[in-house]
Design a binder for this molecule. Structure first.
Ligand code: HEM
Ligand SMILES: [Ca+2]
Length: 310
């Protein structure tokens, strides 16, 4: 399955960042696959993610034992590696729920720094972790605008270097706010200087993040926020714990690197680039890979490099 992902990532460069983004959203309230429920995927907070659903869902027919939550996370760690990022240990055995997560939990890009820190703190992540995880914005786009113009097909510390240098093109308000707090700014500086420290921290923190499952996970019923733990601290006696099979996703170093920029339609773009956004089917016979539809068809324009208004 991971080799199919890689092929598809090569064919459509929008896909890999989208998988990483999707793992962030699905796992906020516990990785449970509910992201793809109609009630969730079309929420404004999930803007940019709907095209991933028709891409990933056919895998569930071909690989019926994998949950949607595991599929999203497998896609995410494979994407990270494809984008030249670090290996992240990923454990499989997450169960899907058929109840959408509550709305309004995922951090807003315009929220204050203190609100952002509090939101992550409520799910067990420190303000340093916020700095680390935000480095995912070294890849991908916001409303079609590259978040790190010129570099955003490769995961790395250029995100932190741009913040330190005041190159805020494509950055979100929450990205820029990382500079407001001394402790966080200091970590931004460290990462800007040391990519291997960033990789090692990201692997650890993101690995923890995508291990968060509901302790008493069942396929139905309400699931309060405080019912979430990670796979090592879970108090669950359910099959979730016993079915978790440790698998380290460490795709080989033969992953192709992204050589051309992401070309995605957008109202505003910082750098100009050529067009190659079409998604085509994998040369393997399964699973069927439907063409990605969505905001990918318009050529980018480039009116200027300021912090994104979202
Ligand atoms: C700190 C709080 C965060 C906020 C407020 C935030 C917000 C956003 C927003 C508004 C977008 C643009 C979505 C769109 O319009 O297409 C975005 C994109 C993205 N986010 Fe975040 N994000 C946060 C943290 C994270 C984390 C922790 C990760 C993963 C570890 C992540 C991964 C991504 C990726 C990869 C994209 C690019 C998606 C694409 O190219 O399709 N973000 N984020
Ligand atoms: Ca979820």
């Amino acid at each position: 399955m991971q080799s199919i992902f890689v092929q598809n990532f090569s064919q459509n460069q929008a896909l890999a960042p989208m998988c990483l983004h999707a793992a962030f959203h699905d796992c906020w309230n516990g990785c449970n696959g509910a992201l793809f429920m109609p009630e969730e995927i079309d929420r404004p907070e999930n803007a940019g993610l709907p095209p991933l659903k028709p891409y990933l869902m056919p895998f569930t027919s071909q690989f019926p034992c994998i949950s949607i939550a595991d599929l999203i996370n497998s896609c995410a760690v494979t994407a990270l590696k494809f984008l030249n990022g670090p290996d992240v240990p990923v454990y499989y055995g997450r169960l899907d729920r058929n109840v959408p997560d509550p709305t309004g939990l995922i951090p807003e890009p315009t929220m204050s720094l203190s609100a952002l820190i509090n939101a992550f703190s409520a799910i067990g992540f420190s303000k340093e972790d916020v700095v680390t995880l935000s480095g995912a914005h070294s890849v991908g786009v916001c409303h079609g605008i590259p978040m790190c113009p010129g570099h955003n097909t490769s995961f790395g510390n250029h995100y932190y270097q741009e913040l330190i240098e005041g190159d805020l093109s494509g950055k979100l308000p929450t990205d820029v706010e990382l500079l407001e707090d001394n402790t966080m700014r200091s970590l931004v500086q460290q990462y800007a200087n040391d990519n291997s420290q960033f990789f090692s921290d990201f692997s650890r923190v993101f690995g923890k993040y995508i291990s968060r499952i509901h302790c008493n996970q069942t396929s139905t019923g309400p699931c309060p926020l405080d019912d979430i733990g990670n796979s090592t601290t879970s108090t669950s006696t359910s099959s979730v714990t016993s079915s978790v099979i440790p698998v380290v996703a460490s795709p080989s170093s033969s992953f192709p690197s992204s050589s051309s920029p992401i070309i995605i339609g957008s109202p505003i773009v910082i750098s100009s680039s050529s067009s190659s956004s079409s998604s085509t089917s994998s040369s393997e016979s399964f699973p069927p890979v439907p063409p990605i539809s969505g905001p990918f068809s318009n050529p980018p324009s480039n009116p200027g490099g300021s912090v994104l208004s979202v």
